[in-house]
Design a protein around this ligand. Structure first.
Ligand SMILES: [Zn+2]
Length: 1017
């Protein structure tokens, strides 16, 4: 396997000219009437020779005759155009043949060189510098006028350019070719697409059958054969290792992309990954109408696009109809061809817009997704047995897959190619309708401002967090949303939330119209107009989500809420009144950045802590400067500064000015430091700790730290196990969510062979940033001990969700216990919090009503005793009286007992709130063994709010067991601290409002006790 590519590159000249069965040319077909070829059945043109050798191999590698279709059971021959064999040395989907990206690209470029019907475009780079490409395939005629065609499509994509003139649009639709964009292998273990797409590109370029000609002459097919290029090359490495060690257990592909694995297909909202930006720019740039993303999981081909409800509420219903059209046509045509196991619908809900394919849905196109059957990233042919649930007949799966089959990469490629060609044919035949819909959807997106609304979203220039506001607006810019800026102050009228009638009130009092309120905004405020073609993605990201607990869909497929302004902790006002569109404004050109720089003069500088993440970036940028954090609010330079604001010395005004300008931070120079209690805010030495069992979720932490330019060491549990003096290297160890406690400590089973994850000659693409000779060992008890020592000697350990569980389980966080709510009550929702202790450095700059992401409603309880659970019960510890005399408020009287004197009555217990620990009693102190000393007790920084105000966005069923419970807790452990998060504050590049909670732990690592009030007992 190792030398395969080399060998076949040498053989290449011999492989270019495939065997021709017949010399007759098929070009005469291109002049065939459109009406005739559009109804042509799938299948080869008998006048065109086939590549006999290649065709023979197709049949050899296909394990059952019914896994073939008339579209792929032959390969047309060409005298000039090389087949995939030229690079692969075998056919596409061959047994034990999985190409690297460079081989796939080499073939596509070879194809482009040999055929005037193929062009290859570079569309950008990945995080690790690998190239991404898009391959365009169409007739020579279409490719020769690509620019002209694109200009026409652009008019349909932005009907403002033709004054929304339907007659003009109709003329364009008659003379334009739509673009169908196919993307492969975003998920690295779903490995079949690249070879299927290599061969399909060949077929589209070479095949003279009327069925294929019809596609080629009427549709521009655009192909990105590999979306996750970094992950593809790692997948092939691991596969090659597996083939070189046939009797050993191979490691999983631990890292796909540089940051995340499966979650790369959840990035279509925040666009944090290069692959997302590159695909979206390509989709928009080409004015593509379909984005069809290829995946592998269930047998044999599942068009999951239609899925199940609830559908995303911000989409044009025209699109949901198009899903049905494509999906059912796919099922019908492939069933007709005799291929079993092709189905649409199924359980996948279509609510979240985070999937790659959804870029089309939210930009007036058509999102599509296939799940085909795969063997988990290997090119081996294997016997596969399906569970009964997958082979059962359901209303949407009338021809289910077989219980047991041999399955090959070729079978997968047959299904993918057949499905895609059927879709392309349907698209070609119905292009007028789809183009009309494309125009209508674009037009309706513009009319939206005046029809269903809203008219706009407004972002005030007076937002306290202008830096994060700029980041949010930049996400919209990446989404190709136009943003305007008011050139004068203005006001808008919005419905008043407070005056909403209570439930049932309207019936009692007659109709009570909602009162309105006026909001004023300064000049320079941003306006996101909804009368623009890409209004829907802006609306979907900026609006609130509500998933009813009564929804028939009980298993949401992904997050149910994401409201970006809440997630970023940025103010945004949804304005329905179209008057806002007449406010004097100008379009924003260039990337939106917050204003910054130093004003005034002096040698001391003060910066308000507003929770902008750029403050932490600044601290690391100016490492030599003296940063002090104020422990109380103060006044300086005629302004008010919040608790946690920075007083900076030992930096020149010039250096600070250029750094703050670049980062969008405002600093004030003053003559002398304010007289306020301060402590140093140091640039702590940070480590991000990972396991080898689960590396996905921590990837979002690395991404956040890289974006914020906060340096960190990336260490594994095995490194911690070997290092008894972690304090020598690190001040803060962050342990993002990473498997359960048992797997953290024990790692993987030590049965069988070591499993290396290492860059070697055989596996050159395994990253050098994280390596080990054997991924199996976990943290071990030595590692637990080393972490304990690290904390007790002054280090800060941050535990998050599952790693908070770990810290609690191993006694690193006395007095804290974890509560969970059953999944299904909260699924990836945004929940409202309140600050409990505003003197805690953890909440410097954090809003008092911050919305946090909650995967399933995890929360803590705190206690003053070791191993104790809980503080107050729900609603506080209410006293109840026993059955006895009198009414409910009366004291009971025991017959025959002396009357109770004051001294005989139990002391009155104070009310204990759900976020508090029950106070220590004198009775407990008689033997205080388990009573935690006051200075070592957990300190709650942040809690969930009350039940009524808990839900911000998404699904919340009940919530009484979550309401008011602690979310972020600081636990002093001897000289150090363990900081615990019940939720994950750094997630998918979407939770920027919660990042400061983590960054504060870093900058205040040696002063987390600041402002702490200790219990008396
Ligand atoms: Zn997938």
């Amino acid at each position: 396997m190792v030398s395969r590519s080399l060998v076949f590159l040498l053989l290449l000249p011999l492989a270019v000219a495939p065997v021709a069965a017949s010399a007759q040319s098929g070009t005469a077909r291109s002049s065939m009437e459109t009406s005739t070829i559009s109804t042509a059945p799938p299948g080869r043109d008998p006048d065109q020779p086939i590549d006999v050798e290649y065709t023979k191999k197709i049949h050899e590698y296909t394990t059952e005759s019914f896994f073939l279709s008339p579209l792929v059971d032959y390969l047309p021959a060409s005298k000039t155009v090389p087949t995939p064999k030229a690079v692969l040395g075998d056919i596409a989907g061959a047994r034990n043949n999985l190409p690297y990206s460079k081989e796939v690209y080499a073939y596509m470029r070879m194809l482009a060189k040999a055929s005037p019907r193929v062009r290859v475009y570079s569309i950008g780079k990945t995080e690790e510098g690998r190239e991404m490409i898009a391959v365009a395939v169409a007739s020579e005629a279409l490719l020769s006028k690509l620019d002209e065609n694109n200009a026409k499509l652009s008019k349909l994509a932005d009907p403002r350019t033709i004054n929304m003139d339907d007659a003009e649009a109709a003329k364009i639709i008659d003379n334009v070719a739509p673009v169908y964009y196919i993307t492969g292998t975003i998920h690295s273990t779903e490995a079949g697409a690249p070879t299927a797409l290599m061969e399909m590109a060949y077929r589209l370029a070479v095949d003279e059958s009327p069925y294929i000609q019809n596609i080629r002459n009427n549709v521009i097919t655009l192909i990105t054969p590999i979306v996750e290029v970094d992950g593809r090359d790692r997948m092939v490495d691991v596969y090659n290792w597996h083939m070189a060690h046939p009797n050993e257990t191979a490691p999983n592909v631990l890292y796909w992309g540089h940051y995340v694995a499966h979650d790369n297909n959840r990035d279509a909202m925040a666009l944090t990954l290069d692959l997302s930006r590159n695909v979206l720019d390509t989709y928009i740039g080409w004015r593509a109408m379909v984005l069809h993303d290829l995946h592998e999981s269930v047998a044999y081909l599942y068009d999951n696009t239609i899925g199940d409800g609830p559908y995303n509420a911000w989409l044009d219903p025209l699109l949901t109809n198009e899903w049905q059209m494509f999906g059912w046509n796919n099922v019908q045509e492939m069933t007709r061809m005799g291929m079993p196991g092709v189905f649409a619908h199924g359980e996948f809900d279509t609510w979240s817009p985070g999937y790659l394919m959804f870029m089309a849905a939210t930009h007036n196109g058509i999102s599509r997704l296939y799940e085909t059957f795969g063997n988990g990233g290997t090119a081996e042919t294997m016997e596969r047995t399906l569970p009964p649930g997958e082979t059962a007949r359901t209303w949407y799966k009338q021809n289910p897959p077989l219980p047991r089959v041999m399955w090959s990469l070729r079978d997968n490629n047959n299904y993918e190619e057949t499905g895609l060609l059927v879709s392309l044919s349907y698209f070609a035949n119905n292009r007028h309708q789809f183009l009309e819909n494309f125009y209508q959807k674009s037009k309706r997106s513009i009319l939206k401002a005046h029809t269903e609304g809203p008219a706009a979203y407004v972002f005030s220039a007076a937002d306290p967090r202008v830096g994060t506001q700029a980041t949010l607006l930049h996400v919209l810019q990446l989404q190709h949303v136009e943003i305007s800026r008011a050139t004068a102050p203005f006001s808008v009228t919005i419905p008043s939330r407070k005056s909403r009638p209570k439930r049932g009130a309207a019936a009692d009092t007659g109709s009570a119209p909602a009162k309105s309120e006026t909001r004023s905004f300064p000049a320079g405020s941003y306006i996101v107009r909804m009368d623009q073609p890409y209004s829907r993605i802006a609306d979907a990201l900026l609006d609130y989500q509500y998933w009813s607990p009564n929804d028939p869909q009980k298993t949401p497929y992904d997050d149910t809420g994401w409201t970006f302004p809440e997630n970023f902790d940025v103010q945004s006002v949804r304005v329905v009144d179209p008057a806002v569109l007449s406010v004097p404004m100008e379009p924003v050109t260039g990337e939106i950045k917050a204003p910054g720089g130093v004003t005034g003069s002096g040698t001391v500088f003060v910066i308000n802590n507003n929770g902008d993440n750029a403050l932490t970036t600044l601290r690391y940028r100016l490492k030599a400067a003296d940063f002090q954090a104020a422990e109380d609010p103060f006044e300086a330079a005629g302004k008010s500064f919040a608790r946690g604001s920075y007083v900076i010395r030992n930096v020149s005004q010039g250096d600070l000015n250029s750094a703050t300008k670049e980062l969008g931070v405002t600093a004030y120079a003053v003559a002398s430091a304010p007289s306020v209690k301060m402590h140093p805010a140091r640039a702590a030495r940070v480590a991000i700790l990972h396991t080898w069992t689960s590396t996905q979720t921590e990837g979002w932490w690395r991404q956040a730290f890289d974006v914020a330019h906060i340096p960190y060491s990336y260490i594994s549990v095995q490194d911690v196990a070997k290092d008894p003096n972690l304090n020598a290297k690190y001040d803060v160890i962050l342990f993002p969510p990473s498997g359960n406690t048992q797997s953290i400590v024990q790692g993987m089973p030590m049965w069988r062979n070591p499993m290396p994850w290492k860059k070697t000659a055989l596996t050159p693409n395994l990253g050098v940033w994280g390596q080990t000779d054997d991924i199996r060992p976990g943290l071990g008890l030595d590692g637990v001990q080393n972490l304990q020592n690290f904390v007790s000697k002054g280090g800060v350990l941050v535990g998050v969700s599952s790693t908070a569980d770990f810290a609690i389980s191993y006694g690193l966080a006395d007095g804290v216990s974890k509560n969970s709510t059953g999944r299904g009550k909260i699924v990836g929702s945004l929940l409202r919090t309140r600050i409990v202790d505003d003197a805690s450095p953890l909440v410097y700059g954090v809003s008092d009503s911050l919305a946090v992401y909650s995967e399933d409603g995890e929360s803590f309880s705190v206690s003053n005793t070791r191993g104790g659970r809980g503080g107050g019960r729900f609603g506080g510890g209410e006293a109840t009286r026993a059955t006895g005399r009198g009414s409910v408020d009366d004291p009971d009287v025991v017959q025959g007992r002396p009357k109770l004197a004051e001294r005989n009555m139990a002391p009155v217990q104070p009310t204990v709130e759900p976020w508090q620990a029950t106070p220590v009693t004198d009775e407990q102190l008689r033997n205080p063994l388990s009573i935690i000393p006051p200075d070592q007790r957990p300190r709650v920084a942040l809690r969930f709010t009350d039940q009524q105000h808990l839900l911000v966005s998404g699904l919340l069923d009940g919530g009484g067991d979550v309401a008011q419970k602690p979310v972020v807790v600081d636990v002093p452990v001897q000289k150090g601290h363990v900081v615990l998060f019940a939720n994950n504050p750094i997630y998918r590049g979407e939770t920027l409002g919660a990042y400061p909670l983590v960054f504060n732990a870093i900058l205040n690592f040696d002063n987390l006790n600041a402002g702490r009030r200790l219990d008396d007992k």
